[in-house]
Design a protein around this ligand. Sequence first.
Ligand code: FUB
Length: 327
Amino acid sequence: MPPLITNIYTADPSAHVFNGKLYIYPSHDRETDIQFNDNGDQYDMADYHVFSLTSLDPTSPVTDHGVALKAEDIPWVSKQLWAPDAATKNGKYYLYFPARDKEGIFRIGVAVADTPEGPFKPEPEPIKGSYSIDPAVFIDDDGAAYMYFGGLWGGQLQCYQKGNNIYDASWSGPKEPSGAGARALGPRVAKMTDDMLEFAEEVREILILAPETGEPLAADDHDRRFFEAAWLHKYNGKYYFSYSTGDTHYLCYAVGDSPYGPFTYGGRILEPVLGWTTHHSIVEFQGRWWLFHHDCELSKGVDHLRSVKVKEIWYDKDGKIVTEKPE
Ligand code: FUB
């Protein structure tokens, strides 16, 4: 499948349907001389573009709405605008994004616009109590909004093992719990306030359970444990939490009965692609379900120069996500 967006490098696509159109909120990758390392320093992005399409027919044009927000306009940010997401409520549009603050700690910020394509005006401070990376905001049928977030290694999630607001610098870098009996660190979730600008409650850890035991996944289970790229969607009344396994390069999903989980591991939705990272979103558009993701084919394998792609997915009769159309 060729890339959907070819005029600039884009990654981490968060797709949403707003007013009948499909909008994509990706990271905007750029060239850099920073050497590749396991802390992700080479992902040195400085702005966001918003894209839209009226159809996913391959001949349908993709509109680049230009720069929607840039790092230099966000007072608290020092660098690295990583994977964003967007949501709408009360007639406003919200762009959520992770970035390093002036102390080098990842926080999550929010910027507000009157239209889906922006431009977005950033709040002067990050969301109170936010940390780590990769926000994904899901609005449930009752109107309650939840933010899912977190990412290991360069994403700093492992630095918060002592508590939500306690950053332990001794865990910074490409580290995570390991060894016999160690439980995988879970992604985080918090309900949002009605104005969508703050957390309405203390951040909670989400459990992802192994189907064969009903116990949380082990830290050493790198083929299945959460690494980064949280996404939440609902299908047939069930909550589907999907994510990347990072160093094993899979996109996986887990299913639960509540937006807070626990979620039981359900399988893979994408095998490793060209490039180290893998990141996605899942959305229903015009009656079909779509997996947006990225790879490095256009840059011929440069890990930090990625391109957004899309493919169709389906569900089988048991609600399992399948990547081939069922008979
Ligand atoms: O794009 C920078 C980081 O790479 C994202 O935040 C991660 O999910 C990974 O895709």
